[in-house]
Design a protein around this ligand. Sequence first.
Ligand SMILES: Cc1cc2nc3c(=O)[nH]c(=O)nc-3n(C[C@H](O)[C@H](O)[C@H](O)COP(=O)(O)OP(=O)(O)OC[C@H]3O[C@@H](n4cnc5c(N)ncnc54)[C@H](O)[C@@H]3O)c2cc1C
Length: 469
Amino acid sequence: MSKNAKSEAKNAISGWGLTPVIETYLQRPESLSAITKVLHDADFAIARGAGRGYGDLAVSPNGTTILTKCLNRMLSFDDKTGILLAEPGVTLAEILDVFVPRGWFLPVTPGTKYTTIGGAVACDVHGKNHHCDGSFSNFVNKLTLVLASAERVSCSRDSNPDLYWATLGGLGLTGVIVEIELQLIPVETAYINMFCLKSKNLDETLALFDKYESQHQYSVAWVDCLASKNSLGRSILFFGNHARLSELPKSLKGHPLYINKKRQLKVPFEFPSGLLNPLTISVFNNFYYNLIPTFYNLAYSSPENAKNNRIIDYDSFFYPLDRIIDWNKIYGKEGFIQYQCVFPPATGKDYVKKLLSLASSEGRGSFLAVLKRFGKQNGKEFLSFPMPGYTLALDMPCTKGLDEFLIKLDALVLEAGGRIYLAKDARLSAETFRKMYPKFPEWLAIKNRIDPENHFVSSLSNRLRMHTP
Ligand SMILES: Cc1cc2nc3c(=O)[nH]c(=O)nc-3n(C[C@H](O)[C@H](O)[C@H](O)COP(=O)(O)OP(=O)(O)OC[C@H]3O[C@@H](n4cnc5c(N)ncnc54)[C@H](O)[C@@H]3O)c2cc1C
């Protein structure tokens, strides 16, 4: 409990998946000295960015949850190199708004631009370009943290490298990140040259990845995970590259770095639980599988047939879900789990098949099922999620029997030598976590050195017992 608990009100908060809901003391420091004071006053603390992590990783149960909302200044930018120095509460959306018009883009972006860069570092997020560019950590030059001792320390690949690698993907458990030096990438336009393909089943989906991925910086497949038998794994695949100026139609050439902002819709209240059930999901999936390619007028297009490619703005390509504010409320107050796992390449194909077969046969469908391929990681990370192979993410409403079902999926993932993404997790066991993350003991040795009294605690770190071997 917070030492100054009497002067604070407790709040009950959750992650994006709306479950679990946990009580905590919220603090919103506006300066470094205010962070130091919060850390001094709190027995336990954890930083929280935009709360876009799905589970219980950004809340300190009965401790203090430090909101980084007010630490949101961009401190410097070098127009020649694209190096940005910023505070952790800056969101990806803010970076895009400021820098796309100047010809710079994010090097890696998750499927929502409303995450903060502090959250992106702490989860070492990945995007649709992992197969060519790796994860966020590849573009983070330097970090500054406030440790449990209130000491302010900088780290990079050359200076305090242990702390640097333990913090990238370290889920906020090494300290509060207060500054990030991030490398942006140059772009000629704010548009993506995209094409999409429809596959009939999983074999075809994976063959299309093989065929087209190397020519595209971005690739992802939406999978109809309720399809079964010969159609198991049928998908729509999206590929894209940043559009060159010469590729834009005349109408966009005059303002290539600007996009029209689209109107956002809002889910006004929590939908009744049970609205998303196997029947409604199956109807949605059929509709999406059959109509989306028609909408894009791209069914069965290919890069050889360049006139079928479509130029779309970066918002529509990377962040379609962001157009619907609070879309998580469609799952109702019981919330949902996003189960994201990765399977190593050698057996990945078989295990993706096994997982989809299980989901389909148990009617545990998802209208948001996404398949991507990961490339190489640096190898120095301790708790980063990506590893070479196939990653599959399924959103599933919290209904009776879900936990038992997910335990079966955990067993498949373990058998294959894979792991699940902690930024999306809310229910993994401490034992399974240790088997999935073999470098945890090395990470823990660093954590124990810099935070011997285990000051930085989240609900996830308690559940996974991340303070003991
Ligand atoms: C629609 C949607 C799509 C997504 N797509 C992807 C995807 O494609 N790829 C992907 O990798 N992830 C994806 N995510 C997950 C999300 O991008 C990550 O969980 C991200 O880290 C959330 O950032 P946040 O600012 O909301 O952080 P929060 O959820 O608030 O916190 C996440 C973690 O970061 C830590 N943290 C935050 N700020 C700091 C700080 N200043 N210092 C130390 N620790 C800090 C917290 O303690 C916590 O452990 C998606 C999420 C949503 C909702």
